[in-house]
Design a protein around this ligand. Structure first.
Ligand SMILES: [Zn+2]
Length: 386
């Protein structure tokens, strides 16, 4: 009796093993956009002949396509441009807060193809991983080529002995959780985990305003104050996964107390919740305080001026410490940059080193979906072993 053929359940094609130069060439195209072979060869310090072999592999694997001829460089000769193929693979990005799960699917160039969010059913690791698995199953039905996943969350995350660890996540109440490992087993995909602000910094460094910079800083203002750095082209994690903590820098030692007992640290002025608390008017939320300040309410304007002063001190401190090519300010608390521009500028001038280079500030409008997109970028970067 002939047996019926067993239908093979097709999973996504796994990410292939690429050589360091293949990864380097693909990264050049992802970060900098279309380039000629000569330009990529120069950037990677390779001969044209070696690079031709590399790009042929990338074309055969479907990661790169040859595009139109364009006049490039000083020779004026037309060159064929290579493009990364956005549709080569899809990636799942997840951002966890204490209450919700936000997810996106992106293509290889970090364009968002689908998004979804839902409340967490619990804060248990197994429950949340199962929930991420359910979201992956649903989004994966329309995007069966999801190749890797990245999960970002607030807190201390680190890699130790090749193991990715959530060392401490106050919002979820997690300590020493191997989230990546548990999620990898449920999703049957490679999974990367990282602090959310560092993930956002990495996303801006590859696919945003910091694309191609050797150094940058990203400051988020909103529910808290986050800070990510890129130095020598690498996102800085710190020895213990705790880099970028300036949220309790003392701004005014006679100021209000924070939950740690500091007087007048940045966290008492700048986060949205501190702006609301400083107004001492019951029943108002952040949007209402912003509306009051925009309408010229003196007390609300004063609260934003103090927040702007704190922001300026932070910016000057970052510039004095790192001398980055640019400083990006983003997050859902950007109203301070609109309402207290003069105070920010004055505090930068007062606190920056007199010999420091001019500071390039880049204020980037923000949507919450960008956290989850940053998770997908984490997955893309992990595939390229970056
Ligand atoms: Zn403090």
């Amino acid at each position: 009796m002939a047996s019926l053929p067993v239908p093979r359940v097709a999973g996504p094609e796994p990410w292939p093993t690429l050589s360091p130069v293949e990864r380097g060439a693909l990264r050049e195209l992802l970060v900098h956009g279309p380039k000629s072979r000569a330009e990529i060869a120069r950037e990677l310090g390779m001969s044209r002949a070696s690079l031709t072999r590399v790009t042929r592999t990338l074309v055969d694997l479907g990661f790169v396509t040859e595009g139109a001829m364009e006049l490039r460089g000083a020779t004026g000769r037309p060159s064929e441009l290579l493009h990364a193929r956005p549709d080569a693979r899809s990636f799942l990005g997840v951002k966890l807060t204490g209450e919700r799960l936000f997810a996106v699917v992106t293509d290889l160039t970090a364009n968002v193809l689908a998004s979804h969010d839902e409340p967490l059913v619990s804060r248990g690791v197994a429950d949340i991983v199962e929930q991420i698995g359910g979201v992956h199953d649903r989004l994966g039905a329309a995007h069966p080529d999801i190749t890797a996943a990245g999960i970002c969350l607030a807190g201390d995350l680190n890699t130790s002995g090749g193991r990715q660890i959530v060392v401490d996540s106050p919002f979820l109440g997690w300590h020493d959780v191997e989230l990546a490992d548990v999620a990898r087993k449920r999703l049957a995909l490679p999974v990367a985990t990282e602090n959310d602000v560092r993930s956002l910094t990495a996303a801006e460094h590859w696919f945003g305003v910091g694309a191609g910079f050797d150094s940058m800083a990203l400051l988020t203002v909103g529910a808290g104050i986050g800070l990510g750095f890129v130095v020598d082209g690498k996102v800085v994690t710190g020895a213990h996964g705790k880099s970028g903590r300036l949220d309790h820098l003392i701004i005014d030692p006679t100021g209000p107390r924070c939950s740690y007992g500091h007087r007048g640290c940045a966290s008492t002025y700048l986060p949205n919740g501190s702006i609301v608390a400083a107004l001492r008017t019951p029943g108002l939320d952040y949007e209402a305080v912003v509306a009051l300040a925009r309408g010229g309410d003196h007390a609300a304007m004063q609260v934003f001026r103090e927040a702007g002063h704190a922001l300026g001190v932070l910016v000057a401190t970052i510039a004095n410490t790192l001398d980055p090519e640019n400083i990006v300010i983003t997050g859902d608390g950007l109203a301070v940059t609109e309402l207290a521009g003069d105070e920010i500028e004055a505090a930068i001038e007062m606190n920056r080193h007199p010999a420091s280079a001019p500071i390039t500030l880049d204020i980037q409008p923000f949507e919450f979906v960008e956290w989850a997109r940053a998770g997908a970028v984490l997955a893309i970067r992990a595939c390229l072993q970056f």
